[in-house]
Write a protein that binds this ligand. Structure first.
Ligand SMILES: [Zn+2]
Length: 97
């Protein structure tokens, strides 16, 4: 489990807020003045999720709409749900004669 560094998070956030890039998921513009609870507000998205070994670097962080970020998360959940079941059991046949 990667420990989330709030200082680093805030720095990425501040950087994105200053450069005001469009949403990297849908390509649409982001209104950086919207309330954080608004579905079209700005969130920091990790290209490779931290939970999957992504790094908390500027290269791995992009600006996204809250709503687009959520959809992406849902997709990851589907992906997890679609994972194959437990590996087939291997029967070890050890002959004793
Ligand atoms: Zn978007």
């Amino acid at each position: 489990m990667v420990a989330r560094n709030t200082t680093t998070q805030n720095r990425h956030r501040a950087y994105l807020r200053r450069s005001r890039p469009p949403c990297h998921l849908c390509g649409g513009e982001i209104d950086y003045s919207l309330h954080w609870r608004d579905p079209l507000s700005f969130v920091v998205d990790h290209v490779i999720p931290l939970a999957r070994g992504g790094e908390d670097t500027r290269e791995n962080t992009r600006a996204a709409h809250r709503h687009c970020n959520r959809q992406k998360s849902d997709k990851l959940l589907d992906e997890l749900a679609a994972r194959p079941g437990p590996a087939p059991r291997i029967f070890v046949t050890e002959r004793t004669w």
